[in-house]
Design a protein around this ligand. Sequence first.
Ligand SMILES: NC(=O)c1ccc[n+]([C@@H]2O[C@H](COP(=O)([O-])OP(=O)(O)OC[C@H]3O[C@@H](n4cnc5c(N)ncnc54)[C@H](O)[C@@H]3O)[C@@H](O)[C@H]2O)c1
Length: 319
Amino acid sequence: MSPPRILVTGHLGFIGSNFCRLFANRYSFVGIDYRGWGSLPRNLEPGVEDLNVDLADETRVREALARFRFDAIVHFAAESHVDRSIQDDRHFWSSNVYGTRTLAKLAGERKVRLVHVSTDEVYGDALESQAAWTEASATRPQNPYSVTKAAAEMMLLAYRRATPFDLVITRGANTIGPRQFPEKALPKAVDSFAKGRSFPLYRTPARRMWLYVDDHCRGVHAALEKGVSGEIYNIGPRPENEVYTHEVIEHVRKRVGRGNVQEVEDRKGYDLRYWMDSSKAKRELGWEAEVAWQAAVDRSVDWYLANPDWLAEAGRRSD
Ligand SMILES: NC(=O)c1ccc[n+]([C@@H]2O[C@H](COP(=O)([O-])OP(=O)(O)OC[C@H]3O[C@@H](n4cnc5c(N)ncnc54)[C@H](O)[C@@H]3O)[C@@H](O)[C@H]2O)c1
């Protein structure tokens, strides 16, 4: 019997490529990725059908998929870099909202489950919060990227109310691991330290819940297999993985063995704390993150140091 086929979007980006690698033996994948920011062709997992299409172009997506049957959609593709969204958010609306709209329509027509991969950034900033966010907490996105992610979620839930289709939403925490573009903090720190340059650290201390990419992918997979339709699941690490960014960067610096840090002005709309409770996913999906933050950082740093060609190519593409 042939394995179930999953339509995966953003399979050439950071989390999507790791998802394909992790579950390559279990599924056959058809991938859609328009080779934008965050993607590298060399991230393509062998055996994945690679369709170079913009999800926002509904007509072209339909043409490209006409010859494929698939059993579910796992939707990673998004414009995901906060600083870029602050400079110009047009592509963010196009990919994150219109792209998602195309997939909602397809999921309804083909009667397949859509797992929409969203982010803890939709909750906003937890600095003043008294308790960790649950899925029932209000969403208060604070930058253009997270606004488009929250808009996509609202659109999906409203579409589902009007025309029921099988939808599960995951809200992932700050993720690290191999194949993340070097504009994001951890690979940027490795790159800077390895080249003997200083790493620009935002002045105000900020906390993040550091989630290893394999844990994130397993959480998304648990939502695909066991999620209740219409539900949202927080996919975050254990509480002890909540650590200040400057501590993580110092851990990276020691692991690389050289380099220094230079404090710089905070970015506009800089969120100081993301604080998420993932007990619903543990209770209802049987999923729990496993990797401690130190191990997650070590594995990530070691991968970048062992793959300098990848880092150099990604650095050229993100310039
Ligand atoms: N990285 C994190 O820390 C994190 C945390 C929580 C949630 N998420 C979510 O996970 C998903 C994946 O994030 P990532 O870090 O892997 O991002 P990424 O930027 O590394 O990869 C995104 C991929 O989507 C593709 N893409 C973007 N717009 C597209 C379009 N219109 N049509 C086709 N392809 C398109 C890009 O080419 C790229 O390959 C995103 O939805 C993001 O919001 C990320």
